[in-house]
Write a protein that binds this ligand. Structure first.
Ligand SMILES: Cc1cc2nc3c(=O)[nH]c(=O)nc-3n(C[C@H](O)[C@H](O)[C@H](O)COP(=O)(O)O)c2cc1C
Length: 214
């Protein structure tokens, strides 16, 4: 099996990326690539890996879904009391990675995570299907639970409580974070491992664009 893994490799040939043709603002550049990823039949192009660090400097990473590209950053939603929420409360430096392997691209973002305004979270919360709203109330995300039955029982209880309502109130422990980027790197696979890497770094309030060796 390890031999098979050793033999797994692809040569990347689908595109290139040039410092002269990228847009001045990395969020605008991200929008261009996101649109191309969306049009490429990629399943959940808005799925990203979010890495956080806890108060003991131990990193952890998990998948979340991008829900909005704001001119100031990238918004995702979660339970504020989850492990990631506690990590961010202790250290709001985060890192995000989008892998769009079907188009041989990766985007890597470092930034500062901040809670968004509850009114904005509420607006999004109420756009979600009622079942997802119930799910947010039911799950004490990242805590240890005795069995699946804990969730099923709580679900029945919440469903009953709100059976005559179309919407549930926004839980105070649930909402969005905006990740305000300080660096964004766009990676395009190229033949023979000589990939293109263009990194934007925020220097004195302006975006500096540099090419990195692959
Ligand atoms: C495709 C995919 C999308 C996910 N999207 C989210 C999301 O948007 N928000 C979220 O809180 N968890 C999401 N999860 C679950 C997280 O990966 C994770 O299990 C959960 O948030 C608990 O993480 P934590 O204990 O590190 O806080 C998603 C998982 C997958 C596989």
């Amino acid at each position: 099996m390890n031999r098979d893994i050793e033999d797994m490799r692809m040569n990347y040939t689908k595109g290139n990326l040039d410092e002269d043709s990228v847009l001045d603002n990395p969020i605008d550049q991200f929008k261009v690539w996101f649109e191309e990823a969306t049009n490429s039949q990629i399943l959940e192009p808005n799925a990203l890996i979010l890495a956080t660090v806890n108060k003991n400097n131990i990193p952890s990473a998990r998948t979340v879904l991008l829900k909005e590209i704001d001119p100031g950053g990238f918004i995702f939603y979660t339970n504020y009391r989850s492990e990631k929420g506690q990590d961010i409360a202790d250290n709001n430096n985060v890192s995000m990675v989008f892998l769009w392997k079907e188009i041989e691209r990766q985007v890597r973002i470092s930034g500062i995570a901040e809670k968004i305004d509850p009114s904005r979270s509420e607006k999004y919360f109420h756009k979600r299907p009622k079942g997802s709203q119930i799910g947010a109330w039911v799950s004490p995300q990242s805590t240890i639970i005795e069995s699946r039955a804990v969730l099923e029982n709580k679900k029945r209880e919440i469903e009953k409580k709100y059976q005559d309502h179309d919407q549930l109130p926004l839980p105070e422990f649930w909402g969005g974070y905006i990740v305000k980027p300080v660096a964004i790197e766009f990676w395009q696979g190229r033949p023979s491992r000589l990939h293109d890497r263009i990194r934007y770094a925020l220097v004195d309030g302006s975006w500096k664009i540099e090419r990195l060796a692959p």
